[in-house]
Design a protein around this ligand. Structure first.
Ligand SMILES: [Zn+2]
Ligand SMILES: [Zn+2]
Ligand SMILES: [Zn+2]
Ligand SMILES: [Zn+2]
Ligand SMILES: [Zn+2]
Ligand SMILES: [Zn+2]
Length: 184
């Protein structure tokens, strides 16, 4: 019991000393923000006081945001993230940029080599009905048959392709139709 009383007495006697420390100055909050790498706070303007008011971590909108929304503390933010050279807005913050032009192999290519963006390409370009590959992209097709006026015509009316024509000689019974047949 006596020990208990002494303890209480010590406690009561100690109060004035702590109390005196606390009232040694009245905290006064600075209006400007103080900050370090991770936090911001309002410091106390009174003397050597370590009191920090409203201390909190910096607030950034996203990984690309380089200054704190509250105190403006700058940091080295993450680089913007784009899917590929053709992507015009950052995947993280939406920041717009002027992307690289889409890359197509040729006028007939309908999707970008980089991002796959589809477009309506030019029509394939062939010299004439007999041409079997596109001048632009080389796409092969089944062209029209060469067109000759008759069995003796040695070059195609469409493309000028020459062929060997055998003009029958010495057999007057052969008609032109037979000559045609011989060509096939
Ligand atoms: Zn203070
Ligand atoms: Zn901050
Ligand atoms: Zn970004
Ligand atoms: Zn593209
Ligand atoms: Zn083509
Ligand atoms: Zn032809």
């Amino acid at each position: 019991m006596r020990k208990y009383l002494i303890a209480i007495l010590c406690f009561v006697l100690a109060i004035p000393f702590f109390g005196a420390c606390e009232v040694s100055h009245e905290h006064e909050q600075a209006t400007d923000w103080s900050s370090n790498e991770t936090h911001h706070w309002h410091a106390c303007v009174g003397g050597d006081c370590d009191e920090a008011f409203e201390k909190a971590e910096h607030v950034y909108d996203n990984a690309c945001d380089e200054d704190c929304n509250v105190c403006g503390e700058e940091r080295t933010a993450a680089a913007h993230k784009y899917d590929n050279a053709c992507d015009d807005d950052c995947n993280v913050c939406g920041e717009k940029r002027t992307p690289a032009a889409h890359k197509y192999d040729n006028a007939c290519d309908d999707d970008c080599n980089v991002c796959g963006e589809k477009r309506t390409p030019s029509e394939h370009e062939y010299d004439n009905a007999c041409d079997d590959d596109c001048n632009e992209c080389g796409e092969e097709r089944t062209p029209s048959e060469h067109e000759y006026d008759n069995g003796y015509d040695a070059d195609c009316n469409e493309c000028g392709e020459e062929r060997a024509v055998e003009i029958p000689t010495g057999n007057s019974d052969l008609t032109q139709d037979d000559a045609f047949g011989a060509q096939d």
